[in-house]
Design a protein around this ligand. Structure first.
Ligand SMILES: Nc1ncnc2c1ncn2[C@@H]1O[C@H](COP(=O)(O)OP(=O)(O)OP(=O)(O)O)[C@@H](O)[C@H]1O
Ligand SMILES: [Zn+2]
Length: 646
């Protein structure tokens, strides 16, 4: 039962919700039913069919409409007296500035990507508004509370780095299906359909220079007037036959490994007239329905195709791309929502798997691995939304000491499914919420200002509207209202190496990087360094004191999820207490949390890396049930795992 104090805190609150997806729909409903009267919602998306299974405020007829607006209308139907203000917009838009944030009593995030989360964190710090942050991945979830000066900010702790694999495992010695998927998606698919100028390690290297396929770079080019089937055969024989044969010549590699088997078209489709493999004209012309499975009459995506079927899908998909989606070729990146791309990648991964004697997988499974998909669990979203509201109410009543970060586990640990943890104090060396300077090692005679802006300021520090100064001189700035000569001046600076800028950046220089919208200011100490390791330091510069986050959050920032992150899923499956059937769920209601509750943190739930601070090492024991089954990856730069529900 809510006390009078709760009621007035709730009624007087003006709340900003960011994200009206899986968590957001649950959250809006719970806020409305809890008595909140003034709710603002920002969401940039429109409703998709795939949202309907769990985003219960939306119906089929809403597909294509703004999530924020439809969510408002749906809730007003059962709470017509409250005020809900929707914004169909990106929270990074400049009109959502510090003044906009200042009007709210608390901000509640139901987002699905780090880029937006970091942005909101910074605005909340600048506006001094408490933030309740959340995320879910399948059965796992978390709610954390961030109050300026009192608790950690969202960026005080390192975020999980994307799971990566050694290049040689992918190109030469795969041992798991996921390696074949990465090869098919990031190398073969990218080579055939993506940007031709991108580096690509598809070709294996041979000890014998004469047979090295580095010489056959143009093998992947579709030659003018070449029949598509011939082209497809050539590619097939090259990547599954010739390249494997070449790899076999590196005998050292196979001393302690099973040798792969080269596979050629003639071995697999020996009795099939080649032309029948690609009667693509039967296929429907509508892009979204272009499907190799459809015209090969393969119906069940959960079937595991044999080598021959995979080969037929490979040819059909490749031919459909070249005959029906010619315009896309050269611009494609793998998209889990592109059925033809999924078919191609599944087939190619399976053929490679067959070559390396790795068990084949169904399209359904392959899509899950390739798209970093962890199936969403509506109940987790509902639990997390409830916890967000509980924490928000504590924040509104200034009961900061009672706030808890709560982790929702997949299996009970010590009879608990919900694990509350006392929030930590701000990290004194966090460059976002403290003023600790960063250190950048860079070759100031080689790196250009453009490198600094793109590799550090934008991608690592997550600044949208940066301004770079050295002493009192302005080196670079972004904005709509800049004068023409300034724009030209900054454009010229971008192309200059750091030591040749009008106000030279050299070893010992301190530059200031600022984001005007986020009101974030960072000082960066520059340290000149001559050499960088190409493999381990590909940026040619190293930033210290920065919280690493998944690379290039490019997809729907890209593609995806509500949150708890990727690789963490595999590493953080909580301990299963097998004999514990009668689980009890620890109540985390405002009244029931023991003051000074357990000070321990499931750092692995949100962070697969070892705890930075020894204090944090008191983790709840965990072990993945089966590491291989839950592996997910982020090579494509997606910051988070995506999820779907079947
Ligand atoms: N920068 C942003 N500004 C505004 N809204 C955002 C921003 N980034 C993400 N969102 C919103 O956050 C919500 C996250 O919800 P959710 O994780 O359920 O994703 P989804 O896109 O609805 O579903 P799925 O990714 O599983 O298909 C989405 O509705 C998305 O539009
Ligand atoms: Zn911080």
């Amino acid at each position: 039962m809510a006390s009078g104090q709760h009621v007035s805190a709730i009624k007087g609150a003006k709340v900003l919700m960011v994200g009206a997806g899986g968590i957001g729909c649950e959250l809006l409903k719970t806020l409305a039913l809890s008595g909140f009267q003034d709710i603002h919602i920002i969401d940039m998306d429109t409703i998709e069919v795939s949202n309907l299974n769990r985003q219960f405020l939306f119906r089929q007829s809403h597909v294509g409409l703004s999530k924020a607006k439809v969510a408002r209308d749906a809730v007003l139907r059962f709470r017509p007296q409250i005020s809900i203000t929707p914004y169909h917009a990106n929270v990074k838009d400049t009109n959502f500035n510090v003044d906009f944030f200042k009007q709210f009593s608390v901000v509640l995030n139901g987002l699905d990507n780090l880029d937006a989360r970091r942005h909101v964190n910074r605005l909340c710090l600048a506006a001094d508004v408490p933030l309740v942050e959340s995320g879910t991945t399948g059965f796992l979830g978390q709610v954390t509370v961030h109050i300026k000066g009192q608790t950690e900010c969202y960026e005080c702790q390192p975020k999980p780095a994307p799971k990566t694999y050694p290049v040689c495992t992918i190109t030469s010695t795969p041992s798991k299906f996921v390696h074949c998927i990465v090869w098919a998606k990031d190398l073969l698919f990218a080579k055939l359909f993506g940007d031709k100028n991108q580096d690509n390690d598809l070709n294996v290297r041979s000890n014998d220079a004469a047979t090295s396929s580095d010489h056959s770079e143009d093998i992947f080019e579709h030659r003018k007037d070449e029949d598509i089937q011939q082209y497809a055969n050539r590619i097939y024989d090259h990547v599954f036959g010739h390249n494997i044969q070449t790899a076999l010549s590196n005998e050292e590699t196979w001393k302690n490994r099973n040798k792969p088997r080269p596979i050629y078209v003639k071995d697999v489709l020996f009795d099939e007239p080649i032309q029948q493999n690609g009667n693509v004209d039967k296929s429907n012309d509508h892009l979204s329905s272009l499907s190799a499975m459809a015209y090969l009459d393969l119906k069940n995506p959960q079937d595991i195709w044999n080598l021959r079927e995979n080969s037929r899908v490979f040819f059909a998909a490749l031919k459909l791309f070249f005959s029906k989606r010619q315009k896309d070729i050269g611009n494609l990146t793998f998209d889990k929502d592109d059925p033809l791309a999924v078919e191609f990648v599944t087939a190619a991964a399976n053929i490679r798997a067959a070559s390396f004697d790795i068990p084949l997988h169904s399209l359904f499974e392959a899509k899950g691995i390739a798209g970093n998909i962890v199936h969403a669990v509506a109940t987790t979203n509902a639990i997390i939304a409830g916890l967000i509201v509980i924490e928000a109410i504590k924040v509104l009543q200034n009961e900061t000491k009672n706030c808890r970060m709560t982790y929702c586990l997949q299996h009970p640990s010590r009879k608990m499914l919900l694990m509350p943890v006392e929030p930590f104090e701000p990290n004194k060396s966090c460059y976002v919420c403290s003023e600790t300077p960063l250190l950048l090692e860079v070759n100031t005679h080689r790196a250009k200002l453009r490198d600094l802006v793109e590799k550090i300021v934008t991608s690592k520090l997550g600044m949208s509207l940066p301004l770079i100064t050295h002493g009192s001189s302005l080196l670079y700035e972004v904005g709509d209202d800049l004068e023409e000569d300034m724009v030209a001046n900054y454009a010229a600076n971008l192309e200059k190496v750091l030591s040749e800028l009008p106000y030279a950046i050299t070893g010992g220089t301190i530059i200031t990087v600022e984001d005007l919208q986020q009101e974030l200011v960072c000082n960066i100490n520059i340290k000149h360094r001559e050499e960088f390791d190409e493999e381990n330091e590909p940026d040619g510069m190293v930033l210290h004191g920065w919280t690493p986050a998944p690379a290039a959050e490019n997809s729907k920032d890209a593609t995806d999820n509500n949150g708890a992150s990727t690789s963490s899923t595999s590493k953080s499956a909580p301990d299963v207490i097998e004999d514990d059937d009668d689980l009890s769920i620890l109540e985390t209601g405002i009244e029931t949390i023991p003051a000074g509750g357990q000070k321990r943190k499931l750092s692995d739930v949100s962070n697969p890396e070892p705890p930075v601070d020894e204090k944090r090492a008191k983790k709840i024991p965990m072990h993945p049930e089966n590491d291989d089954d839950v592996i997910v990856m982020l090579e494509d730069g997606n910051d988070d795992i995506s999820k779907t529900t079947q």
